[in-house]
Ligand binder design. Structure first.
Ligand SMILES: Cc1cc2nc3c(=O)[nH]c(=O)nc-3n(C[C@H](O)[C@H](O)[C@H](O)COP(=O)(O)OP(=O)(O)OC[C@H]3O[C@@H](n4cnc5c(N)ncnc54)[C@H](O)[C@@H]3O)c2cc1C
Length: 380
């Protein structure tokens, strides 16, 4: 038995849920299925939502629904480009402050808000393959389930881009930044500001999710990460060499677990095709230094939904061209801003991590040529 819907959204992260919310708001007559593999890790990265993201949630009408997963961050402290700590108090941020998120809860609340607006949510549905149907649309194969036929498919699978082969798209990866994340329980609260610190080997951040505890991330290129753990496997010793990050962690904090993942910048090409479109990280990834991933996912979910509606309305050529221009433009702007941030740190010009970034002041389209042997085991 094959079920059929007008629009299937694969992936119920911020991008997929935002797409579902936008579709329900603007085309309530269409059937929308929001499918998720339901195998999110216990700790998901991405715990800081900037003010622009909070505004997107208000525009989608779900700010109250996701509020239980967010607490205001009291501010930001950074050691970047100088030995002096720069601080920003949330009270004085013109757009409002940033938010610390409980990411799993946030994603759940957002997906359920989409379901309450009429999208059919299925959180045990891992899409394994997709085949074009002769009359248009896609047949999605789902693990341990009958397939689903969809007139249009929005791919919002995050960095897991298993759909690329089926639709004939390829990723363009700009660098090989990787993140080593450590999750702590704290008996007494540490410094709850968002902390950012550059070191000769890369950079660090610390966030304080509302569920308590602390997430600490160390970011460097994948080859350097492997090499640094080979040379000095003692994580606590490495953390102890940081200034802000180590001081922000409360005494006696317990390490609960670690996770290593890709944090690279990338964009796929093409971003759309006959009866499909990619949204959020499935379309393009920003590195966490930007703190823009969730806001960008919400925004692109909405734009992907509008483009899908135009495609179903017979305006596919214009809609697809507009969406490609929008996402590529956003990605170029992000890369230019990122390059500026890296150029602001000049204390270790000969350290490999910084040399790679400073040597490419405008970041060429593909920095891989500057980085040999760049695969990270287990990175997606
Ligand atoms: C180390 C690190 C730190 C970060 N920190 C921040 C931060 O502080 N602030 C910020 O804004 N951003 C941050 N980001 C980026 C942010 O996490 C992402 O940009 C954001 O989650 C993208 O949302 P998305 O909906 O596109 O994808 P995701 O959130 O990845 O959601 C994708 C969903 O698709 C589902 N899925 C995947 N494959 C399938 C399949 N085959 N079938 C069905 N379902 C599937 C998954 O289960 C998942 O629920 C960080 C990223 C990293 C790597």
């Amino acid at each position: 038995m094959t079920d059929r819907v007008d629009i299937a959204i694969v992936g119920a992260g911020p991008a997929g849920s935002a797409a579902a919310l936008a579709l329900r708001a603007h085309a309530p007559g269409l059937t929308v299925r929001l499918l998720d593999a339901g195998d999110a890790p216990r700790f998901r990265p991405g715990e800081v939502l900037p003010a622009a993201g909070a505004e997107m949630l208000r525009q989608l009408g779900v700010a109250a629904a996701v509020a239980p997963a967010a607490v205001p961050a009291p501010g930001l402290a950074l050691l970047w480009g100088s030995d002096r700590v720069a601080e920003r108090n949330a009270l004085f941020a013109a757009q409002g402050g940033d938010w610390h998120l409980d990411r799993n809860r946030f994603d759940q609340l957002l997906a359920h808000a989409a379901a309450e607006r009429g999208a059919k949510l299925d959180q045990k549905a891992r899409v394994t393959t997709a085949q074009p149907l002769p009359g248009g649309g896609w047949r999605l194969s789902i693990a341990h389930r009958p397939p689903l036929d969809a007139g249009f498919t929005i791919w919002a699978t995050g960095r897991r881009r298993g759909f690329l082969g089926a639709v004939g798209a390829k990723p363009q990866v700009s660098d090989r930044l990787a993140a080593h994340l450590a999750f702590y329980r704290e008996e007494t609260p540490g410094d709850h500001r968002f902390l950012l610190e550059a070191t000769p080997e890369g950079w660090w951040y610390a966030a304080a999710p509302p569920r308590g505890g602390r997430t600490i991330g160390f970011l460097t290129d994948a080859d350097l990460l492997r090499q640094s753990f080979r040379d000095s496997p003692d994580w606590a010793a490495r953390l102890g060499k940081t200034t802000l990050i180590a001081a922000g962690l409360s005494q006696g904090a317990t390490l609960l677990g670690t996770h290593t993942c890709s944090a690279s910048s990338s964009v796929i090409s093409p971003l759309t095709g006959p009866d499909w479109i990619a949204a959020g990280d499935a379309a393009c990834t920003f590195e966490p230094l930007s703190s823009q991933g969730i806001a960008k996912a919400l925004r692109s979910g909405c734009f992907a939904a509008y483009a899908a509606l135009d495609c179903l309305d017979g305006k596919a050529d214009t809609a697809r061209a507009r969406y490609e221009t929008l996402v590529q433009g956003e990605f170029s702007h992000y890369r230019a801003t990122l390059a500026q941030h890296y150029r602001a740190e000049t204390r270790w010009p000969t350290a490999v991590f910084w040399h790679r970034r400073l040597a490419h002041s405008a970041f060429p389209a593909d920095m891989r040529t500057a980085q040999p042997h760049l695969t990270l085991e287990g990175a997606r």
